[in-house]
Design a binder for this molecule. Sequence first.
Ligand code: PLP
Length: 442
Amino acid sequence: MSDTAMSYDVNSLEAHWMPFSANRDFKKNPRMVVKSEGMYMWDYKGGQVIDGSSALFCTPAGHGRREIAEAVYNQMLNNDYAPHFQLGHPGSFELAERVCRLLPDDFNHLFFTNSGSESVETAIKVILAYQRARGEAQRNRLISRERAYHGVNMGGVSLAGMVRNRETFGLTLPNISLIRHTWTEDQRFSKGQPKTGAELAMDLDRIAENLGGSTLAAVFIEPVAGSTGTLVPPVGYLEKIREICDKHGMLLVFDEVITGFGRMGTPFATQKFNVKPDIITMAKALTNGAIPMGGVAVTDEIYDTVTNAAPENAIEFFHGYTYSAHPAACAAGIATQKIYETEGLFENAAALEPYFLDAIFSLQDHPMVADVRGIGMMGGIEVHPEGAPGKRGGELQKKMFWNGLHVKWTGDNGIIAPAFVAERKHIDEIIDKFRKTLDQMM
Ligand code: PLP
C-alpha cells in the first residue's frame, strides 16, 4: 500500500483518555491504525494487519465500503440532522422496516439508540414500562448471568457478570440477580453447542421460586456470550430458559449486539437456536460499524401495551436520545442492509462456518491453548493464564498486532470473528498468525 499514510500527525497522545485501554502502556508504543480496507487494517509504520475480529464484531461487510460512505455523504448534504422528538425523517422508518423483516414475525417495532449499551438501558426501560402498563408494576426485578456483558451504562453494568466492570464503581442498580454462566469443565473443546449443561437453566427457576415469580420482570441473555470468550449455549438450554420465563410470566431479552446481523449464519441468533425472545437488542453490525447506532426490537404485544396505555395525543414512552435515528446513521444502516442482502453475506457466513470452526479447532493441540469454543463465525480461544489472569492475553494481543493480526482479547480469551466477506485464505492467515504468535510467546 504505497499510498497509505505511514505516519500520524498528532503532537501528543495525552489528551485522549482511551476506553478499556492501558493508556500509559499504549502511549509508549501506540498501535495506531491509519487505514482500513476489506479484511485489512494498516498500522502507521505501514504494516498490514488482518482483521480477525471484524474490529469489535462490527464490520461483517469488510472495511471501507464505498456504498455506505456515499450514502452517508449524500444524506449529510441533503438532510444532515432532524430532531426526532415529535418530528421524523424517512430514513428511520425505512431502516426500521428493513430490520424488522429480518426478525421473527411478531417483531414489528424498533426503537433506535446509538450503541449496544444504550440498547440495553432502553430495553430495561421498555420492560419496566411494559410491566406497569399491564398492571404488574411489582415485577421490577431483573435477572442476568455470570460472565455476561451488557455494555457499560449503569443498567448494563449492573446486569453484567464481568466483575471488574462492576467492582471498579461499587454502586449498581438494585433488584438484580445473576444466575450461573453455562461453561462447565466437561465442555472443554466442544465444537458448536455443548451436549452438557442444559440443566443450568434451572437456576432461573430456582431464583423465581425463591424470590417469587410474580416479582420478576425479565431475564437478559446473550444467546452466545460473546465478550467473555464465546460461551456457546448447551443443547436445550435456551429452550429451557424460554419455558421458565413463560412459567413465571417474565420477559426474555436476547442481547444480540454481537450475534445480530448474520454472525450465526442466520439473520439473528433467535433463528439459529429456534428460540424466540420478547425483546432483541442490537448495535454494531447494524451499520457495519460505520456510524454509531443500535436498536431495541419488541413484539407487537409489548409495543401495543405500552403505546395503548397513553391517550393518542400523548407521549407514551418517556425515553429517547438526541441522536436516536440520526439521518447519517440511518443512511449507513440502509446501505449496510442492502449490502448484506445483495451480496448474500449471512449465507456466506453460514457456508464458511464449517471451515472456520475446523480452522480454530486446529489450534487445540497447542500447549498454550486451554480451550476452544465456537459456533457460527465466532470462536473463543482460551490460553492458560501466566501470572495474573489476563496478563498473557494482553501480551498476546499486542504481539499479534505487530505480527499483522488483530484479535479482540478479553482476559485470556481471544475472540475470533472474521467478516463474512472473508475467503478461506483469510481464515488461514488469521490462524497461521495466531499460532505463530503463540509459538513466539512460549
Ligand atoms: N451487549 C453486548 C452483548 C455486547 O457484546 C456489547 C458490546 O460488546 C454491548 C452490549 C455494548 O455495546 P456498546 O459497546 O456498543 O455500547
